[in-house]
Design a protein around this ligand. Structure first.
Ligand SMILES: [Mg+2]
Length: 205
């Protein structure tokens, strides 16, 4: 069996929070894990900023649903789906990410969840039971499954290293510096080309 574990934001769709920040004019929402590496802390600040500005989960969902997947994302997943089960492994939230699923051909989404109160305001994150994305890949690898992983940022490095085939897509210089010898691709098409080459080379070993 073969599986593809693909990051969402920055790989298949644009980053959500810069878009939410631009659309709402709330500068605080533009902070990312580059400025605040503690993700739960970053999310608490985002939730607080949304509450202060009277924005409910439904408002945020409406803003996110204006975004479209990248032009080549659906075709990329369709090619992978010819011989792999496709999982989206994301540190985003199901309530926000699900608007992309129709445009991506309904891959399986593995993300965190958001809790809301009776008025529809986000109260807290319900994080998936995993130490990181690499837990998902490690479980598959232990079961003897061939895993392709693609991601673009620091939170992807663990899963890319754990995978049979791991590729960084358009990473920032900081990510590259911490990525060791992980291969880097400039486009989803390049990922497919490199995967094919690496699979052939692997078969010859
Ligand atoms: Mg990403």
């Amino acid at each position: 069996m073969k599986v593809a574990c693909i990051d969402l934001e920055g790989v298949l769709v644009p980053e959500l929070w810069p878009h939410i920040s631009r659309h709402t004019g709330i500068a605080a929402l533009n902070r990312t894990t580059r400025e605040e590496p503690d993700y739960p802390k970053l999310m608490r600040a985002r939730i607080e900023a949304l509450r202060e500005n009277n924005l409910r989960l439904s408002d945020v969902r409406a803003i996110v649903s204006m975004l479209q997947p990248y032009r080549d994302a659906r075709r990329f997943l369709d090619v992978l789906a010819r011989d792999r089960a496709v999982f989206i492994v994301s540190d985003c939230f199901e309530e926000l990410a699900e608007s992309f699923l129709p445009g991506l051909g309904y891959p399986r989404l593995m993300a965190h969840r958001l809790d809301t109160d009776a008025d529809g305001f986000i109260t807290q994150c319900r994080f998936a039971q995993r130490q990181g994305k690499q837990d998902v890949v490690n479980t598959l690898i232990r079961d003897g499954i061939d895993v392709l992983a693609v991601g673009d940022a620091l939170n992807d490095i663990g899963m890319l290293k754990a995978a049979t085939y791991g590729y960084l897509l358009r990473p920032s210089p900081t990510t590259v510096a911490l990525a060791g010898d992980l291969p880097v691709a400039d486009s989803l098409a390049e990922v497919l080309v490199r995967l094919q080459q690496d699979q052939l080379a692997h078969a010859l070993i």
